[in-house]
Ligand binder design. Structure first.
Ligand code: AHR
Length: 511
């Protein structure tokens, strides 16, 4: 008798585990997924700016005022909402006044963080802010508190935001060919202040923040500066705790967080030639974002239960060895289906925590780390990560639909991770979008979705997948990986079912 019971129990477990189950709760809609979660980051690092965005007067590559036309077109399709600049670590070495005015008069500098190469300052404030206008994106300026002065930063605010004719800085702007202010809203006060931004303690940085923030004046009363404090790395919860307690909240709009999916800082992995074990470790790192966001949010909830101060993940993404034969300080890496998995998983986490996360910036946009675009002279490739950002942009400014996910494990040896992740939203036209990722490297996963009271008549979908995890788009085969139509999702009353191939990503639209 005991034996029979055991068998019954075992069979029951197998049945339950075989299907991944998602339940949507449209009746609990409360938050909007800020479009700024789909933001990007462009640092003066390697070929991120020069030859990535900006080619100056290179006649071979079509450009407008030095900015590549192909890049602008591709980024417009992504609908990039916000772009962080000029760093990163570079920001705390950058003196903006060296990057304005006639180019032949601009002094050069050494880019000490990124290869000690010469920075000629030909791409500066005017070039960046005009480019943002062309892209239709909000600029996010990171100011230099590491080696700059309060006066420099106060002047930068005047130069870009104050009404014309009101100060020597607005006169300088006019002399440099721009009369009207750009109205920059987002301002980061330092970067990684615990590290390359000055090796400060949290307590010391909180005071520095207060000082700089005081002199970064709003340009008028209705349109205020949105000031973002340099945040913690990974699980440094003390950092967040100190910022939330030591900085008055009326001068703090957001606290940042940085987390990179890196296996081991001393032994990363090849971007393309990796084992399943390395892939699994990368997924472990990417999955940690959930825990970090959760715990930093819990601390913020203690001091700001009304969630007025946002959490801004202004650097995230995969970090591997540079491509063989390239400069080690330029952080140029290829981008595979592994990166697509990081992006899909991370964006689902951000969407599901949009009550606190109101901006995020993938590191970095072009030719650096987990880029969406790689360039090679006049050629460009759109990476698998680009396609994920494009497929997911349906969530921008849509109402988040809370959901519960019961998922199988993705197992490797005695370790396991959740195989399926998901997020869902309803856009202003009433269309519902569900984004799903199966990170399991070996197994397809059956998914059943209870859509609650949504009454959908039709379902359409797109999928991103490839034969091998290590596949990528190269300059020879730029379209090896791209989204295709996915007709496999079936709707039956309030139940939606689909089978997701191993390491694939699907977006469904219900109408
Ligand atoms: O994105 C590359 C570097 O990583 C940034 O400059 C720095 O902020 C981080 O450590």
């Amino acid at each position: 008798m005991r034996k029979v019971l055991l068998i019954i129990t075992t069979c029951y477990c197998i049945q339950v585990n075989a299907q991944n189950k998602i339940v949507l709760h449209p009746d609990r809609i409360n938050d909007t997924i800020s479009k700024n979660i789909y933001g990007h980051f462009a640092e003066h690092l390697g070929h991120g700016i020069y030859s990535g965005f900006y080619v100056g007067d290179n006649k071979k590559i079509p450009n407008k005022d030095g900015v590549r036309v192909d890049v602008v077109e591709a980024l417009k399709k992504l609908k990039i909402p916000v772009l962080r600049w000029p760093g990163g670590c570079f920001a705390d070495t950058y003196h903006w006044k060296d990057g304005v005015g006639p180019k032949d008069k601009r002094p050069s500098m050494l880019n000490v963080w990124w290869g000690n190469v010469k920075e000629d300052n030909s791409f500066g404030t005017n070039e960046f802010l005009n480019m943002c206008e062309e892209l239709g994106t909000e600029p996010y300026l990171s100011v230099n508190i590491g080696s700059g002065t309060v006066q420099d930063v106060a002047d930068w605010v005047k130069y870009v935001n104050h009404k014309e004719g009101t100060s020597p800085m607005t006169d300088l702007r006019e002399k440099n060919g721009r009369t009207k202010p750009w109205h920059v809203k987002f301002w980061g006060i330092g970067n990684e202040a615990w590290g390359c931004g000055g090796n400060m303690t949290a307590e010391y940085y909180a005071n520095v923040y207060r000082q700089f923030a005081t002199f970064m004046t709003n340009w008028n009363n209705s349109d205020r500066l949105y000031r973002i404090a340099s945040g913690a790395s990974d699980n440094d919860y003390h950092w967040t705790e100190v910022l939330m307690t030591n900085i008055p909240h009326n001068m703090l709009n957001a606290v940042a967080l940085h987390h990179y999916s890196v296996i081991d800082w001393n032994k990363k992995s090849s971007a393309t030639n990796f084992t399943e074990e390395e892939y699994f470790k990368t997924m472990q790192q990417a999955s940690l974002m959930e825990e970090y966001v959760q715990k930093h949010s819990e601390i913020m909830d203690k001091y700001d239960p009304q969630k007025k101060v946002a959490l801004v993940v202004d650097e995230w993404g995969g970090w591997y060895d540079v491509e063989p034969g390239t400069n080690g300080a330029f952080l140029y890496q290829q981008n595979t289906m592994r990166d697509a998995m990081i992006a899909g998983l991370t964006l689902n986490i951000f969407n599901n925590h949009c009550d606190r996360i109101r901006m995020a910036n993938l590191a970095q946009c072009i030719n650096v780390l987990q880029a969406v675009i790689l360039t090679n002279d006049e050629k460009i490739i759109l990476t698998p990560t680009y396609h994920v950002m494009e497929m997911y942009n349906v969530h921008q400014d849509a109402a988040r639909i809370p959901l519960d996910v019961t998922t199988n494990d993705y197992k490797l040896g005695d370790k396991n991770l959740k195989a399926i992740s998901a997020s869902a939203s309803r856009d202003k036209n009433g269309a519902v979008h569900i984004t799903l990722v199966n990170i399991d490297a070996k197994n397809a996963q059956d998914v059943s979705i209870d859509i609650g009271g949504l009454h959908a008549k039709s379902v359409t979908g797109r999928i991103l997948r490839s034969e091998k995890l290590q596949d990528y788009n190269s300059f020879d085969k730029p379209e090896k990986i791209r989204p295709s139509v996915f007709n496999e999702a079936k709707i039956n009353g309030s139940n939606l079912s689909l089978k997701m191939p191993a390491f694939s990503l699907v977006v469904l639209e219900l109408k």
